[in-house]
Design a protein around this ligand. Structure first.
Ligand SMILES: NC(=O)c1ccc[n+]([C@@H]2O[C@H](COP(=O)([O-])OP(=O)(O)OC[C@H]3O[C@@H](n4cnc5c(N)ncnc54)[C@H](O)[C@@H]3O)[C@@H](O)[C@H]2O)c1
Length: 420
């Protein structure tokens, strides 16, 4: 058993801390947010996800977990704090990682291990983390060990994925890798892939960049399909029957705090990354493409109202971080449209979220931006004759077309503009 301080008790740090606590370690969960610490001290999860509360109850019952605001001496430190994107510099903003490492410095002892779980650009452990931790006067590799162990879990299924996904473990030297692998093997049932810290930093960013570039290609295919008047969704489905082809889905853009951001962490110090940057541009331009579709559909209507269905960046969650819906709404408002919003998951946002009936009342067009399950089987019968004009644009290709056709809606889909 070892004592571990986990800095950052958010979506990643807290479940990791609880898994360690439930698997034989003494864990102190550290957070600078008093609300988070107070909630954990009271035995309550500060946010909800399947299985989290039970894990917290189990860790507390074992007396293996407590939450604190201040770092203390331990055998290992884990950093799982945010790494936001600096939109002006198009680089990772490492201020939280820097401050977390600075909080560790006074407590760093010979033989300690420091694991960075936060997503970071290549070379961060070798350069920045080393520089901060060596302020302790101890030497990296000789006195203390560092590794990067990026997280791949998906929100909504975090616990299962944290246990069963394969993990990449990249140490600054072999001893760092070995110590980190020992720690993770206490709860990870997937394979542990051992490598160097810089390679691990690169792998995490490559995984999300691969998805971003693939989605950009799908978005480009969708626009070409619109030019030719064919159905890109059918075309992708059949192309993916090829044993070595896997094209992802087109859509209104890419959101969330990983796929839309991580490619920039990879390119910030790279000499040649034109494909990655071009893909970012394509995905970032999709809200404009959706607006173009809306404008064509609503040509001739004065002061149109559009209803956005879904502002979460992906289906069946309430997460709106970096959602492309925000850009679409801003562009539509700039165009002079009145925009009303319905999202069954998001309750509070920078724009007001309305009830379904209020959102469609007097609307000229519904624009489906998120693949929430509710929209898949929704029938326009549900809100009767509240719409002013019967138009719907489905950017996710999820609506039940037969139901909307029955109600005489004009339907358009990205990548299948003429095919309905
Ligand atoms: N959430 C995901 O699905 C996911 C997946 C893969 C990777 N990641 C990466 O994991 C890292 C953490 O993400 P998250 O979603 O858990 O973030 P989060 O915003 O949910 O939680 C981060 C927590 O860190 C705390 N914090 C900030 N500075 C601190 C400090 N100096 N000391 C202690 N606590 C501090 C904040 O108060 C917050 O509670 C990020 O780098 C993210 O990119 C997240």
């Amino acid at each position: 058993m070892s004592k571990i301080c986990v800095l950052g008790q958010g979506y990643i740090g807290l479940p990791t801390a609880l898994l360690l606590a439930n698997n034989g370690h003494e864990v102190v969960g550290i957070d600078v947010n008093k609300r988070v610490v107070d909630s954990l001290k009271a035995g309550k999860m500060p946010f909800e996800e399947k299985g989290f509360q039970e894990l917290l109850d189990g860790a507390i019952a074992k007396k293996a977990f407590r939450a604190e605001s201040l770092v203390e001496e331990a055998d290992a430190f884990m950093v799982a704090v945010p790494t936001p994107f600096d939109p002006e510099l198009r680089m990772a903003d490492l201020k939280y990682v820097v401050s977390a490492c600075e909080m560790i410095v006074p407590h760093l002892r010979r033989g300690n291990l420091v694991i960075i779980e936060s997503t970071i650009p290549p070379n961060t452990c070798e350069k920045k983390i080393k520089q901060i931790l060596e302020k302790s006067t101890l030497k990296m590799c000789e006195d203390f060990y560092v590794s990067h162990c990026p997280e791949r879990a998906i929100p909504g299924n975090t616990l299962h994925e944290m246990v069963y996904n394969d993990r990449v473990i990249g140490g600054i030297n072999e001893e760092s890798t070995r110590l980190t692998a020992d720690l993770y093997s206490s709860f990870v049932k997937g394979d542990l892939h051992l490598t160097t810290s810089t390679t691990a930093e690169m792998i995490k960013l490559m995984e999300n960049t691969f998805r971003d570039v693939n989605i950009a290609l799908a978005n480009e295919f969708a626009q070409i399909a619109d030019d030719y008047g064919i159905d890109v969704w059918k075309a992708i489905e059949i192309a993916n029957k090829h044993p070595r082809v896997n094209i992802l889905k087109p859509g209104p853009g890419v959101g969330g705090h990983c796929i839309a951001i991580d490619p920039w962490f990879l390119t910030e110090n790279a000499n040649n990354s034109s494909l990655i940057m071009m893909s970012r541009q394509i995905n970032d331009s999709m809200p404009q493409y959706v607006l173009k579709m809306v404008k064509e559909m609503l040509a001739g209507i004065e002061n149109p109202t559009v209803t956005v269905f879904g502002v979460a960046y992906k289906g069946d969650i309430a997460d709106t971080r970096a959602t492309p819906a925000k850009k679409f709404i801003k562009l539509a408002e700039k165009e002079g449209y009145r925009v009303k919003i319905y999202d069954p998951f998001v309750k509070e946002w920078c724009y007001s979220i309305l009830g379904l009936e209020e959102a469609v009342e007097g609307s000229d067009c519904i624009v489906v931006l998120t693949d929430h399950s509710e929209f898949r089987e929704m029938s326009p019968e549900k809100f009767g004759g509240k719409m002013k004009k019967l138009n719907i644009i489905d950017t996710r290709n999820i609506i039940n077309i037969a139901l909307w056709k029955e109600s005489r809606y004009i339907i358009k889909t990205i990548g299948n503009c003429f095919g309905q």
